[in-house]
Design a protein around this ligand. Structure first.
Ligand SMILES: Nc1ncnc2c1ncn2[C@@H]1O[C@H](COP(=O)(O)OP(=O)(O)OP(=O)(O)O)[C@@H](O)[C@H]1O
Length: 812
């Protein structure tokens, strides 16, 4: 019903008895939750019907008794519901409120004790009696108490945000201790009605001051505690609030200075990018939703950066941007020929493939896969295809990739998540129809982190890849316009389902002649340019290139050859820098000088090694092309054991057993002692023991090595062979003929023995140029092999020796 509020202190109070106290009944105004003190002014809202009647009944006489209710919840209090002590008051002003209630300003005059209640309706009246104050003695203690009360009150007012500072001034200026106590009691908002009533009922001024003093002390203590708690809470809230305020201030400053808010600018830019990215409707809707979320986020929040990154990824991807024009097959052919020497068959197949794409642009055809040894031009062919199609090119290396997430990305919830390689490369090329070269698809790993091959399968499968879903983006992206080309060194390790979707194009490696031509047309011009020299400075005759290819490299491709040419070019550059500006012709002597002594002479090695009986030269297929391999047999005193070493696999061991059995069963016809195992042990070793080897194709070589050992006849020099044998001595066909043949030719072999059933492969895969200079012998039985490999007459042996000497001598 009312608030205690003191705004004015009336210095003069009407004295009860003279104006309205004494036995004369005075209207009683019951009030809830408040106590009116003498000399205090209290505005009261009067809403109760009886109280309104009371105020309205007041004539000239404006005196009433203001008495607090014992229980504030009582709506119609009776005499017994009121405290026995109240305040005689004067009504100064009455204001009618719109809701029919009255706003009444009362001023307390003095403490009174209520007596009889002669009237109870419509409002109560009561007789009253003034309570005289008991004034304190003027002692130093009383003085000290009064001062203490004032000082505590001042402290409370100072630290309170709701109490006006004027209260302090008023308090200092009140001299009478009784009035001071009443004034403070009326001013303190934290005193309860009971506290206040108790103070009103204390006529002894010293006791009243004591009480007030205690209340003030308690309040000060509470305030101190509150401050302590507040400081602690503030400390924790402050740092985040501080950031917030600083940022708000910064914004305000930027606004004042006319700068546009960076964050808003950034968001507007992202929005523009999303609008222009050509996204499918669904993706655009989601992106704008994310952007909306971003704009509502605090830029300093930890996940602001993450969300921004995500939106940025979505906005920069080439959802609708393509670069392709129509495929021009004639131009494509020109470019392929311009960039690569030879490779006629390969180029033809590429052009066939492109022609189909031209006629059927939405072709869901197979993926091209170039398979072959390192350095044969797989990657550079891919680059040429991109150039021919006028498309962007990007190379993704799959070698050693173990984690599916590398292809398809990590989910956004993962710390440090990013999209996978496919999406990353798309961002880089900025168009949705690039040529992607997936390098080393045969070296994909797999482990507990998942199987990248299965992710790749989805990427490459034309049926599914128009809705490729990267884990990070979590939006479908259409990969069907990307031209995927894979490369591999071998087919065996490519996962089957992937292999099924690919069109395999094999590049087998080059002959010396092809290498020399590639060098002259491409590698030398490129290396001279890269090393800052010109055709004016260097002349590289083709014989010298052949020399480098033959003796300083041992490879199917041309990478090492290019490196060696690079080395020579750098030496020439140095000469020029040192002041020798005349053109340098790269003679074999200069090659020797620049590249050091001859590094690789396989022919010499073959000639040297085959001096001894029991050594034969086989041919092997490796992912790096083909290679020659030596098989050595030896015997010593023993009890007929047969040892095989050189890190060889089970299949190879079995074919060694088969070779031994065939030799033993045909000992007589071969001119070998039938009991050769009786007092001796045999040992077969395949050098380069650290490299694992397997497969049946060394069968004929093992049989030859054994017969050579047991007949004590060294094999013909520069003769190499390949073929599987059966127990009955038949020679069966083997694979990798082209690579093996080219390896033999590179090694300087002059006679190659191949299974008869491989003749068709030779005719199909090898050109006349490639075959030139090497004699091919076809064998369908092991006897045919031995007829070519082992000399039969002393003259033949002498001739072999001469050849050996010639080859060894040539290298010195
Ligand atoms: N027929 C060719 N004509 C011209 N240059 C060639 C030819 N073959 C290969 N090269 C050159 O040889 C270098 C090596 O080729 P590239 O990098 O394409 O080999 P790769 O087969 O992809 O090897 P890897 O399997 O190691 O990746 C390139 O500089 C390439 O231009």
């Amino acid at each position: 019903m009312a608030n205690d509020f003191v705004s004015v202190i009336h210095p003069k109070a009407a004295k009860n008895g003279e104006e309205g106290g004494g036995k004369r009944p005075i209207p009683v105004l019951p009030v809830r939750d408040t106590v009116l003190f003498p000399h205090a002014v209290l505005p009261l809202t009067v809403g109760r019907e009886s109280s309104i009647q009371l105020i309205q009944s007041l004539g000239e006489e404006k005196t009433i008794l203001v008495v607090a209710q014992r229980d504030a919840r009582q709506d119609s209090p009776q005499a017994t519901d009121l405290f026995a002590i109240g305040t005689l008051a004067t009504v100064h002003k009455v204001v009618k409120m719109p809701n029919q209630s009255l706003f009444v300003f009362t001023e307390g005059n003095e403490r009174v004790r209520l007596g009889e209640f002669p009237q109870l309706t419509p409002f109560m009246t009561a007789e009253s009696e003034t309570i005289e104050e008991i004034e304190p003695q003027k002692t130093p203690e009383a003085e000290a108490l009064q001062r203490n009360v004032v000082s505590q009150f001042q402290q409370i007012v100072t630290s309170s945000p709701t109490l006006s500072d004027d209260l302090q001034t008023i308090a200092i200026n009140i001299e009478e201790p009784g009035r001071l106590a009443d004034f403070i009691a009326a001013s303190l908002p934290f005193l309860t009605t009971a506290d206040k009533q108790e103070l009103l009922e204390t006529p002894d001024v010293s006791a009243r001051l004591e009480r007030i003093n205690k209340h003030l002390a308690k309040e000060l203590e509470v305030q101190q505690l509150r401050n302590k708690i507040q400081t602690e809470v503030q400390d924790s809230v402050q740092s985040s609030q501080r950031d917030y305020y600083l940022r708000e201030q910064l914004k305000a400053i930027q606004k004042e200075l006319g700068d546009v808010d960076d964050t808003q600018k950034d968001i507007a830019e992202l929005k523009e990018k999303i609008e222009n990215a050509g996204m499918p409707e669904e993706v655009k809707k989601d992106s704008l939703k994310e952007l909306g979320r971003l704009s509502r986020m605090n830029p300093m929040a930890a996940d602001y950066g993450l969300t921004r990154n995500y939106v940025e990824w979505l906005s920069v991807l080439p959802w609708g941007k393509t670069s392709s024009s129509e495929v021009d097959i004639l131009k494509a052919k020109e470019i392929l020929d311009e960039d690569h020497y030879g490779l006629k068959k390969v180029k033809d197949r590429i052009l066939d493939y492109l022609s189909v794409r031209r006629l059927k642009p939405d072709m869901k055809g197979p993926i091209l896969c170039f398979v072959g040894p390192p350095g044969v031009g797989k990657t550079s062919l891919g680059r040429s295809i991109a150039r021919a199609l006028d498309r962007k090119f990007s190379r993704i290396s799959l070698g050693g990739m173990h984690d599916e997430a590398e292809i398809r990305g990590h989910r956004r919830t993962y710390i440090g998540a990013l999209p996978g390689q496919i999406i990353q490369h798309l961002k880089r090329v900025e168009v949705k129809d690039p040529v992607f070269m997936l390098d080393e698809i045969d070296k994909l790993g797999r482990d507990f982190r998942g199987d990248p091959a299965s992710a790749l399968l989805e990427t490459l499968d034309p049926e599914q890849n128009n809705t490729f879903r990267d884990n990070y983006l979590d939006q479908p992206f259409d990969l069907s316009k990307v031209l995927f080309i894979c490369t591999a060194n071998q087919l065996d390790t490519i996962p089957g389902p992937l292999l099924d979707r690919m069109e395999i194009i094999e590049l087998t490696g080059y002959t010396e002649e092809e290498k020399a031509n590639i060098a002259v047309k491409y590698l030398i011009p490129r290396q001279t340019k890269e090393n800052g020299i010109t055709a004016e400075n260097i002349e590289f005759p083709i014989e010298s290139v052949r020399l480098v290819a033959r003796h300083y490299t041992r490879e199917a491709g041309v990478r090492k050859l290019e490196q060696q040419i690079g080395t020579i070019c750098r030496k020439v550059a140095r000469r020029i820098a040192e002041g020798h500006s005349e053109k340098l012709v790269i003679t074999p002597e200069i090659v020797h000088e620049f590249l050091g002594g001859i590094k690789v002479r396989v022919d010499t090695e073959i000639a040297e090694r085959t001096k001894r009986a029991g050594v034969a030269v086989g041919l092997a297929w490796t992912p790096a092309g083909g290679d020659v391999l030596f098989i050595e047999a030896n015997r010593m005193k023993g009890k007929g054991s047969f040892t095989i070493t050189g890190q060889i696999g089970d299949v190879m061991k079995e074919s060694m057993q088969a070779a031994l059995t065939w030799v033993r069963s045909n000992a007589a016809s071969l001119g070998v002692d039938e009991d050769f195992l009786k007092d001796s042990d045999l040992h077969i070793h395949v050098p380069a023991g650290a490299i694992p080897k397997d497969g049946p194709s060394a069968g004929v070589t093992m049989a030859t090595a054994l017969v050579s050992l047991l007949t004590d006849t060294p094999v013909h020099p520069l003769t190499a062979m390949t073929g599987e044998i059966t127990l009955s001595g038949n020679v069966l066909p083997v694979g990798g003929i082209k690579e093996k043949f080219l390896a033999a030719k590179r090694a300087g072999v002059r006679d190659v023995i191949l299974p008869t059933d491989c003749k068709q492969q030779v005719d199909e895969d090898l050109t006349a140029d490639q075959v030139e200079g090497v004699r091919i012998h076809y064998a369908s039985r092991i006897e045919d092999v031995l007829a070519v490999t082992l000399p039969k007459t002393p003259t033949e042996k002498v001739h072999d020796e001469e050849i050996r000497e010639e080859v060894i001598h040539a290298s010195v």
